[in-house]
Design a protein around this ligand. Sequence first.
Ligand code: MG
Length: 619
Amino acid sequence: MKTAIATVTLSGSLPDKLQAAADAGFDAVEIFENDLIQFSGTPRDVRQIADDLGLHILALQPFRDLEANPGPIREEKIYYVQRKFEMMHELGTSRMLCCSNVSPLCINDPKRAAADLNHIAELAAKEGFTVGYEALAWGRHTADYEDAWNIVKLADHPALGINLDTFHMFSRGNTLECLRDEIANDKIALVQIADAPLLQMHDFLQYSRHFRCFPGQGDLPVVEFMQVLKDKGFDDYISHEIFNDEFRASSAKERAVDGMRSMIWLEEQLQPQESQEAKPEVTDYEFIEFAIEGKEGDKLIMMLEALGFTENYRHVSKDVGLMQMNDINLVLNRERESSAHQHYKRHGASVCALAFTTNDANASLKRADRYRMRRFSNQAGPGELNIPAIKGIGDSLVYLVERSKKFRFFDIDFEQIEGVETADLGLKRVDHVAQSVSNTEFLSASFFYKSVLDFNIDPAQDLPDIYGLVTSRVASSPNGNVRLPINMTEARQASPQRFIQRSQGSGVQQIAFACEDIFKMAAQIGEQNILPIPENYYRDIEARFQLPAEQIEKLKAANILFDRNDDGEFFHCYTREVRGVFFEVVQRVGNYQGYGEPNAHIRFAAQAYLNEWNALLTL
Ligand code: MG
């Protein structure tokens, strides 16, 4: 696949955008005209920079409101186009893209539009250029690609083709029939591929400007579109053209890599099933690693001890401990010469790594390499396991561990601490791990799990914090054992932002453990550590679920939240926060698969009230 990216997709100066596109491995760029006009050098300088980076300049775009104008404007547009042709020569590009007219003055006459485009194509052909005509979803009289195609057919000029932009097509509900049945490959001037979440938005301009994302990050049928092109034998460039506020506010380098990851994912989706290599599968959590130092590290350990954990293993050569209970392994890293220490210095006491079990570690790593993930290796002593890692969310690492039938990681690298009992105090396994990320990292984070680790991504949900809206998506492993809610908010005081400010970046904010007796667990955690839940909540659930008075009293006394749906019941309680990090204990009954989402607003409010109360106490 020949890959391109429009410079409008990335942030920063034009040279920075070109550098980021080249570093990420794109073959070509579309130059967004504003980027060129704002640049202090000449179009020839841009061409030189692109040449030096090995980037082809695919197109100059967009040209607006060129067709079906009333008399005098028509002449002005021809003059304008001819001046821009000069810039295209200097840039060394041969494709110009024009978007359907949005002006209220535009005449509703396809023949007139076709005649104008024929004239522009004739002028372009004399320069050795081609013209692509694109239906903007909010075009005045041409908004569907089928209508743009009719005008291209009417114009009937060899230098004129249709520009296909998946956002415009799918936001309006266009189908692929016309592309499949009518449009020949040599009449496709350019393919721009963009995704978006499925929204019922009728202001297409706002939808396009603020919600576009890379293919695979949204819900539009971009794979079906690519399959139609593949079936037709189309082999020209595929270009990302993504208007997105968050992309424009974040690192050009990181977003360009996300864009390339999206291209790799698209290509993978088009592989026939039979020729695909078996995908490695993440099957479980192996361990969760904390960078644990200082007073806050001690507080985190005290909270874990309140949950029933004991440091019962010690690393054979490093200052690293392990808390193990049933299927839960919490690594406590205090080693000064380690990536954990670097994480501690930047973020304080925190989760610095997640380790997942995979059925084939080598294949998982090969896949991570293919998706251009950065690899890390730890410093293993003689005879110790060297567990490979890739970069995860924020500055954290993701370890990929293949579980041997004969031994577990702690059998090799750790020894049991003498005299410390490994007691079963009720927690059975990690239920889910929630990560809070900045708004600029939200799409990237969920796409990392979807592409590199082949996780399923649930549609986004909005959860109300008392200080703003929190958006949440859950990434889960194919077998459902690993579940990772990813949370984001734009509100400064809402829970995920408070965490990000405290810990100086995105990371794990919450770990939920599964138990079989939530009342016993709540008693063990104790009133001083548990998150207090307001009494009104229990009157509400009594009214909603008609629970017996005795059960309501039990839930209230233990600060346990409750939910029920057709699949089963869900009991859960929370610890108080330590530097924004907190723990949850859950008991699932029946086949309940959710996370107690109807109670999320209660948890957010309870945390916010407690924070304010604590702030008052420290005045
Ligand atoms: Mg476009």
